[in-house]
Design a protein around this ligand. Sequence first.
Ligand code: NDP
Length: 328
Amino acid sequence: MSIRVGILGYGNLGKGVESAIAQNDDMELKAVFTRRNPENVKVRTAGVKVLQADELSHMQDELDVLILCGGSATDLPVQTPQYASMYNVVDSFDTHARIPEHFAAVDAAAKKAGKVSLISCGWDPGMFSLNRLYANCVLPEGKDYTFWGKGVSQGHSDAVRRIEGVKDCRQYTIPVEKAVEAVRSGSNPELTTREKHTRECFVVAEEGADLAKIENEIKTMPNYFSDYDTTVHFITEEEMKRDHSGLPHGGMVIRTGVTGMEKEHKHVIEYSLKLDSNPEFTGSVIVAYARAVSRMNKEGMSGCKTVFDVAPAYLSPKSAEELRAHML
Ligand code: NDP
């Protein structure tokens, strides 16, 4: 029998999860749940209903796992503990500093309900976290580096949109190639924020807006831009639509380390992602973990987990025998 999945929240990530489910024959999308009026939300999978989020109060028998696709800032801190008390759930909570407190709240709810919850799934946190952990275990003496991009940062794009005179913005984070090469060489460089990434903004300004003022406000914005070298391009609405409507992203996790009695041998471990669509890739990771969560709960496990707690074989639709025969 296929794994019956529900999606709560139908933004970019909700759509990415929907398309990932369509690529996995052992999973079935049962319904999409939204806080908005369901009549205004159109899903792309034939025959799938859109229901009001309130309906989740009584659908425990119809779903094996509920995937939470709300935003990390205000939705997930409330939604994940709430639904962990009723369903096996997966979320993509990505506010790194608040993961311990989020874990504690979700763990209490999931344990009480006898369900499994998996938080902070995706690529960062998620696949990047796993690769940082593996690399640290294998090379205990070494140094970690994470580079992001080239890709769209939603938070930085939003910050620019709030400046007076700005109609729209797309902000790309770009790793500095010279810094990446220095890291790959194994020379263990100490890199400042400015040396690791640059930022590039494509801005649509309102008619008559003071472009020099906007550019200056962007470049000097504390926390977001003042510590980086930033380039600002003013473009038309048509150019924005034509050239910047996708949500590409990616990055690299690199660990360099030494082995040998004299520490004479250098090693570089690198995990790299180049993503055409951040939400579709994140959705694909989440769906693999939703399979694991459903299985782990069937085996009697409960409580909150992260990607660190899931054995890799649980992610695959293949049997343990098939994996040993073809993937080892
Ligand atoms: P969106 O802003 O597109 O969607 C968030 C929620 O907004 C939706 O679930 C939806 O809930 C609600 N919403 C309200 N109005 C609308 C509307 N008009 N159109 C679409 N949605 C609407 O965020 P994303 O989906 O891009 O990202 C969700 C979270 O995923 C991010 O906060 C981020 O933290 C996380 N993420 C994590 C990654 C990782 O690697 N771990 C990578 C990428 C993202 P409803 O349907 O109930 O109204």
